[in-house]
Design a protein around this ligand. Structure first.
Ligand code: ARG
Length: 451
């Protein structure tokens, strides 16, 4: 492609070191769509005849078909997807192919391809995220009223409903969806026409090209358009954070499936056994999801590190943007699919959950609230209940069996009902609480949002 000024062939080690086609081949549908739009603009501007344009378009569509059918031979000697396609096009259709690269550089081409790739991946990841949300909503509906302990510091805090716990993850995933949508808005801009870095003296209709490719507009600074990889960083960040959410879900499930908690069981299909210990049933999917989150974080840091020291505009370092991007996207697709399947088949051991939440101690805060309702300032109420807790611990008796009248007359004589868990949950009537009624309302809301 650049033989004009060189007298030596590229060293084979340099080829091996610099090729990207072994992974960027997957940009082919976007590369071809970009080339067809570019060629159409060239024809409209009078640089290609109608026949030359159809030869280019037909040739590119044939190449796409061959790649799809696995019949295309990628050559690392041609470095990347862009040169593989262009060179094969010229081989197939002759001189018209050699005109395609007019007013274009691989620099604006690769930026275009990766933007289109990110856009289509955001769309499919959004569907996958919605499916996982729906799976969690499904479990939240089944276990809307199932009582379990809620934890802070991994110490039992207050009773919650399992439905509320599942819906917490639906909220997180919803923010992930909106972060991806936000990134999509910003990245959907056409860099084509920026050339190598300074545009071109051949002025093609940039807006028409952008329109054909479904972009919302054209970039407004050629140097920025060539150097910018913010959109990849944004996608990698959104996926890293989504990974962190999945990793926290994994950790909850790993705890729940341990014999110590025994709150939940995963289906056999989503667990593995031990080659040595016959009794084992391991939550590998959760552990792998947690483990793979490390790659998602690493990919974000790899990209930011590759970009941080670069002067404007294109530097070959930028070729290192693609493997982290592809890896995070592939990892996330699989993680979402397998977690969706696993969550749908998860069963809660409601008796175990309820037993763990049955200690009246978990309603110590509700008891303090009752004192407040009886006119005691909260700090004082906290102290009085603290004394009751100390009596319970010292006497090894449940909190609801402590003689509260001995501690303060403010407790009144209706404290027994404070210790009814169902009542405790039902009296939380404000939006956002674990009350089963509210959980069911949220389930209904999510169902309508997600459908
Ligand atoms: N394969 C290259 C990349 O991914 C395409 C752009 C090459 N541009 C250049 N000036 N060498 O970054």
């Amino acid at each position: 492609m650049w033989k004009g000024r060189f007298t030596q062939d590229t060293s084979s080690l340099v080829q091996q070191f610099g090729e990207s086609v072994s992974y960027d081949w997957r940009l082919y549908p976007h590369d071809i769509a970009g080339s067809i739009a570019h060629a159409r603009a060239q024809q409209q501007a009078g640089f290609l005849s109608a026949e030359e344009f159809s030869a280019i378009e037909g040739g590119l569509l044939d190449i796409r078909k061959d790649i799809e059918d696995g019949r295309f031979e990628f050559k690392t000697s041609l470095e990347d997807i862009h040169m593989n396609i262009e060179s094969e096009l010229t081989r197939r259709i002759g001189p018209a192919g050699a005109k395609l690269h007019t007013a274009r550089s691989r620099n604006d081409q690769v930026a275009t391809d990766t933007r289109l790739y990110c856009r289509s991946q955001i769309d499919s990841l959004t569907i996958a995220l919605r499916k996982l949300q729906l799976a969690l909503v499904d479990r939240a509906e089944v276990y809307a009223a199932a009582v379990m302990p809620g934890y802070t510091h991994l110490q039992r805090g207050q009773p919650v409903t399992a439905g509320h716990h599942f819906l917490a993850y639906v909220e997180m995933l919803d923010r992930d969806v909106s972060r991806l949508a936000d990134a999509r808005k910003r990245l959907n801009i056409s860099p084509l026409g920026s050339g190598a870095l300074a545009g071109s003296t051949i002025n093609l209709d940039r807006a028409a090209i952008a329109d054909e490719l479904g972009f919302d507009g054209v970039s407004t600074n050629s140097m920025d358009a060539i150097a910018d990889r913010d959109y990849i960083a944004e996608v990698l960040f959104a996926l890293a954070l989504c990974g962190v959410h999945l990793s926290r879900l994994s950790e909850d499930l790993i705890l729940w499936c341990s014999a110590e908690f025994a709150f939940a069981s995963l289906a056999d299909a989503h667990t593995t056994g031990s080659s040595l210990m016959p009794q084992k049933k391991n939550p590998d999917v959760c552990e792998l999801t947690r483990g793979k989150t490390g790659r998602l974080l690493g990919n974000l840091v790899a990209l930011l590190t590759a970009v941080k020291g670069l002067p404007l505009t294109y530097n070959r370092d930028l070729q290192e943007d693609k493997e982290p991007l592809f890896d995070s996207i592939d990892t996330m697709h699989l993680a979402l699919a397998v977690n969706t399947e696993m969550i749908l088949a998860l069963t809660l051991r409601e008796d175990r959950c309820a037993a763990a939440a049955a200690d009246p101690m978990l309603l110590a805060t509700d008891l303090a609230d009752q004192l407040v309702k009886n006119g005691v300032p909260f700090r004082q109420a906290h102290e009085l209940v603290g004394k009751a807790v100390a009596v319970a611990i010292a006497g090894n008796i449940p909190l609801d069996k402590v003689d509260l009248g001995k501690i303060s007359e403010h407790f009144g004589n209706n404290t027994a009902e404070i210790f009814q868990i169902e009542r405790a949950l039902a009296s939380r009537t404000n939006p956002g609480c674990p009350n089963p009624l509210l959980v069911r309302e949220q389930v209904a809301r999510w169902k309508s949002v997600l459908s």
